[in-house]
Structure formats: C-alpha cells, structure tokens
Ligand binder design. Structure first.
Ligand code: FAD
Length: 307
C-alpha cells in the first residue's frame, strides 16, 4: 500500500525539499548511494573488482528542466569515463543512463537526449566499455527504444532495459533478443496505471519469468536485474535449459542491497554486475528504493525521528 504513495512523493518538489533537509536522511541515503563525487565512487569500483564483481555506474539525476542541465549530465558522464580511463578501469565498469537526465522531456527532447548521450556512448566505446539506457516511466519508452536503435547502428553493444510489469514487454523482448543485443530485464520501479502494467506482484513475477525465457531463447545477452532469490534460481535453471554458459548472461543487483548475494553468485562463477549510483541529485532514485521495501521507510522514519 505504501509503495504507490512513496512513488507519488518521488515526483513532488515539496517532498524533495523536506526529505533532503531532514536530519538523519544522509545516513539512510548512504546505504544506496555510493558517494557524491567521481573520486568517492572510484574506490568502490576498485573494491568491487577485487571481489570479482563488475559495476554499472549511474550518475544520479532525472527529470531535468533546462538544456544547461542536460549538458551538465553529459559532462558528468564524460568526466567519469575520463577518470576510468586514467585508472585503467574501463573494462570493469559500464555506465547506466536515464534519458530524462539528458533532456528527453524538454521541447525537442528526443533529439536533445540523443545528441547528449551519443558522445557518452562514443567515449565509453573508446575505453572498451559500454552504456545501458535505463527504463523510466512508460511514456518515455518509445523514445528510449528509438534512441537505443539509433545508437546501436554505430555502437551495437549499447544496452537497454525492459520492465516485466508492462504489458508491452514480452513483445519488446522478442524484438530485442537478437544477436549482439544486451538487454536488462527488471520488475519495474515506477508508478504505472492498470491500463499499461500488471499491478499484482505474482503477475509481475510470472511476466518476468516469461520474459527471461524469451531472452534466454534468443541470441542476445540477457542481464537479469533482480534481488529476488526465486527469480535468480529460475534464471539459473532457464539458462541451463537454454544451453547457455555462465558468461552468456549476467546477474545485476543494486549497490547496498543483498551485498552478500553479489559475492556469493560471483564466487559460483556467475558474472555479477552491481548497479552503483552516485552523485548529489539522489532524491528520485532514493525514493524508489524506499518504495520497494516498506522496512526501508520505517528505518528512514526512525532515523529522522531520532536525530
Ligand atoms: P523484489 O521482490 O522487490 O525484492 C526481492 C528482495 O530483494 C526483497 O525481498 C528484499 O530482500 C530485496 N530488496 C529489493 N529491493 C530492495 C530495497 N529497495 N531495499 C532493500 N531490499 C530490497 N527499474 C526500472 O524501472 N528501470 C530500470 O532501468 C531499472 N534498473 C535496475 C537495475 C538493476 C541492476 C536492478 C537490480 C534493478 C533495477 N530497477 C529498475 C529496479 C527494479 O525495477 C525493481 O524495482 C527492484 O529491482 C526491486 O525488484 P526485485 O526484482 O529486486 O524484487
């Protein structure tokens, strides 16, 4: 019940100001956000590498309102890629981007987002890594998939995300499961209406399994983004049935969530990539993490009240 309320709050400026200023917020934010600057996130990339983990780095931010902010987003990723190159970490880290941070919702936003993300994808390719386009709310997806298709003409390794809760996703999975593609499947983290998305957890899980089957049967590279132990076990079985080797798909989990499982799966020989978010504009990302698990909200409320 609380999830939809928190997701609605994740788009309220008033709540943003309240949550950001509340004493005790930082302590909870730090569990999910790896730092504010590139220099704070680099040791985390190194630590992950030492544990046999890969990362995908997300400079937090979304729903920007000016062209200047969209350029700043592009530049933040270019700075990150520059640091990874200097440190020889290019092959350990890929990037995840949200097109709404690159100007997608502004006037002429489709072209603006494409123009901003292209140099990031180009710079990533130059250091031997790649970029995945995150999936945001359903109204943004046609544009995201069109940008993905455009980028793939020059950078075929560019990835994208599909969300099991959307009715459209199995069709998207069929279209995307072609040779050379990289597709992350997740449950979906936004507040979506019943006209476009399953609302029931069990229905979402079933759709997730159907989508894994499509991806595993296809010729692309499936990336399973979930912390759900049941879905992880099912993925392992479906991969085995599809005759896929351990390096022909990967698991992905979020920084700060089920960290012991990251290490356990990597130790079993799986490729495990940790989605590591950093930066100062953490509000939307943080609120979605609270919405996913009510216990997080209780912890958050307690830490505010005891400060
Ligand atoms: P759940 O059933 O929600 O969780 C299973 C178990 O994992 C829970 O019981 C709990 O133990 C643990 N857990 C899950 N979430 C939390 C949490 N926040 N705090 C503490 N414990 C938790 N969504 C999008 O819409 N677009 C994206 O581009 C996107 N990218 C993602 C990338 C990665 C690598 C991952 C892992 C998720 C991404 N998501 C994205 C979020 C996703 O849609 C889900 O909201 C989120 O992963 C929770 O679903 P779950 O599969 O982990 O299952």
């Amino acid at each position: 019940m609380l999830g939809p309320v928190i997701l609605a709050a994740s788009r309220s400026d008033k709540m943003r100001r309240f949550v950001s200023a509340a004493p005790g917020t930082k302590q909870v934010v730090d569990r999910f956000i790896a730092g504010e600057t590139v220099d704070q996130v680099i040791p985390i990339v190194k630590d992950a590498a030492a544990k046999g983990l890969e990362v995908t780095l997300d400079v937090v931010g979304e729903d920007i309102t000016t062209v200047e902010q969209s350029h700043a987003a592009r530049d933040a990723y270019l700075q990150l890629i520059g640091r990874l190159e200097e440190l020889g970490l290019g092959t350990r880290a890929e990037m995840s981007v949200k097109l709404s941070m690159f100007g997608q919702a502004l006037e002429g936003g489709h072209e603006l987002a494409l123009a901003n993300v292209r140099p990031v994808v180009e710079a990533a390719a130059a250091i031997g890594t790649t970029v995945t386009l995150d999936a945001e709310d359903h109204t943004t997806l046609d544009s995201m998939f069109a940008i993905h298709e455009e980028l793939r003409k020059d950078f075929p390794q560019t990835g994208c995300v599909i969300q099991a809760y959307l009715f459209r996703t199995e069709d998207d999975a069929r279209r995307l499961a072609a040779a050379g593609s990289r597709v992350r499947i997740v449950k979906g983290a936004y507040k979506e209406p019943a006209s476009v998305a399953y609302q029931d957890k069990a229905e979402i899980d079933k759709a997730f399994v159907r989508t894994i089957k499509i991806l595993m049967a296809g010729e692309g590279y499936p990336m399973i983004g979930s912390h759900d132990p049941r879905l992880i076990a099912i993925t392992q079985e479906l991969a085995r049935q599809a005759g896929r080797k351990l390096d022909e798909y990967e698991f992905q989990m979020l920084y700060g969530i089920r960290s012991e499982e990251h290490v356990r799966l990597a130790a079993e020989g799986h490729r495990m990539r940790v989605y590591t978010a950093y930066g100062t504009d953490w509000y939307g990302y943080f609120m979605r993490r609270l919405a996913e698990k009510p216990a997080n909200l209780l912890f958050f409320a307690r830490s505010i009240l005891t400060k």
